[in-house]
Design a protein around this ligand. Structure first.
Ligand SMILES: Cc1ncc(COP(=O)(O)O)c(C=O)c1O
Length: 436
């Protein structure tokens, strides 16, 4: 075992403030590359070795170098957790799980029996499914789903109960990219006697574009599967907690070990490698997405473009206000620039093509670089049809209420050359709508 990694593990688990204290001085990219990834002091290797051992030698009973059994902790998971806690601004402790869904399940199980949750209404489908079809039956967990973008203060406060333990926010929502004001919701619900924890699923924006802990959230969760790993080759999830929630973090670490939905060392190693370039990738995703969104906005074949970074987005100002401090300084070139063009805000775009299902389907099979596939956040561009794919299990009536029509297309804009992506989308639109 690498002594360097032993130190990493200590930073994360026993000295959260130490990990925290490196944040003000170091930039995002420096933390992503160096924190949790110091050169191996035995061999000099600049990249941590993959430690596949499931168990670790003890000199005497209970005397060891920080690791006993891999489910409870191992060098690669600890290293990844250390890096992640360092890049999620305001974070002190990170806990990794075997998927985003396992993260959700573990967290909700920690709430115990008969708790109440207030959740954003168009939460990720798997989260909705776990809340309504697993936790409700097994724990008596009750969830109120509310439009947290438009609900007024009284409606939000009125939906909290004595036993409300958690408020679940996801922003921007999927696939219609509605922007929730995290700070407003956190301030409001923390003023209620039930004082629930506020969790933000930060998967869509990643720690690069959004820092919910700085806006008053208590817990951030991620499907690491998406932007943080970034290469469509790992399924993983994580929670990050700030220093004031050390006790809660320890309790969740107990649940992480007790339930055991943990990632493999190899997946942690891959995810840490991905995380090292998160800042570079997110800039490229954002710049490309803004360019593609602008091209869609100008197309005669498009009814509506939804990208919160566009000035035409209803919640463009809230999106700007909620942007991570480091993402505000993002400089980018935009060949299409003509006046106020907006700003990069992640890589996800949704748009309504002129026509219906037929046109949408034709678009999705006509692109060259946007691969027709579920998921998002990888370096390669993807496109999908929410009504028939990711959100197909939602009854048509509810889908219509959520604005998920047959002509809605979702894009995960990758980091290929922006010119190629714009050309690809324009060409596919022409084929799809004009039939050429
Ligand atoms: C916003 C969001 N949260 C959670 C999840 C679940 O993550 P995983 O697929 O890693 O279980 C997803 C997956 O698509 C997601 O998009």
């Amino acid at each position: 075992m690498s002594p360097a990694l032993t130190i990493d593990a200590t930073v994360n688990h026993h000295h959260p403030l130490k990990a925290q204290s490196s944040k003000p001085e170091l930039g995002f990219g420096t933390r992503a590359i160096h924190v949790g990834s110091e050169p191996n002091s035995e061999t000099g290797a600049v990249i941590p070795p993959i430690s596949l051992a499931t168990t670790y030698k003890q000199e005497k009973i209970g005397v060891h170098k920080g690791f006993e059994y891999s489910r409870s902790g191992n060098p690669n998971r600890n290293a990844f957790e250390t890096t992640l806690a360092s890049v999620e601004a305001g974070g002190a402790t990170a806990l990794a799980f075997s998927s985003g869904s396992a993260t959700t399940a573990t967290l909700l199980q920690s709430l115990g029996p008969n708790a109440h949750i207030l959740s954003v209404n168009d939460v990720y489908g798997g989260t909705f499914r776990y809340m309504t079809r697993v936790a409700s039956q097994n724990q008596g967990l009750e969830t109120t789903f509310l439009d947290l973008e438009n609900a007024d203060d009284n409606t939000i406060l009125g939906s909290l109960q004595e036993n409300t333990k958690l408020v679940w926010i996801e922003t921007p929502t999927n696939p219609t990219l509605r922007v929730i004001d995290i700070q407003r919701i956190a301030d409001l619900v923390h003023s209620h006697p039930s004082n629930p924890l506020v969790l933000v699923d930060n998967t869509f924006l990643s720690p690069f574009y959004s820092s919910p802990l700085l806006l008053g959230a208590d817990i951030v969760m991620h499907s690491i599967t998406k932007y943080i790993n970034g290469h469509s080759d790992v399924v993983m999830g994580a929670l990050i907690l700030p220093p004031q929630h050390t006790e809660l973090a320890e309790r969740l670490r107990f649940y992480q070990n007790a339930i055991g939905a943990v990632p493999s060392p190899y997946d942690c190693w891959l995810a840490q490698r991905g995380l090292k370039t998160l800042h570079l990738r997110m800039k490229a995703h954002g710049v490309n997405a803004l360019r593609v969104a602008r091209a869609l906005e100008r197309s005669e074949f498009v009814e509506e473009v939804i990208y919160p970074g566009l000035t035409s987005h209803r919640r463009n100002e809230v999106a700007w206000k909620s942007l991570s401090p480091h993402a505000r300084h993002l400089s980018y070139s935009n060949n299409d620039a003509d006046g106020d063009i907006g700003f990069p805000y992640g890589g996800m775009i949704s748009f309504r093509i002129k026509g219906g299902l037929e046109e949408a389907q034709r678009f999705l099979t006509s692109t060259q670089f946007f691969t027709l596939a579920e998921s998002l956040g990888g370096v390669e561009s993807l496109a999908e049809h929410p009504a028939l794919m990711t959100h197909g299990s939602i009854p048509p009536k509810e889908r219509a209420l959520l604005g998920i029509g047959d002509n809605l297309v979702r894009l995960s804009v990758g980091v290929e050359d922006g010119d190629d992506l714009v050309r690809d989308v324009k060409r596919a639109l022409e084929i799809a709508v004009r039939g050429e």
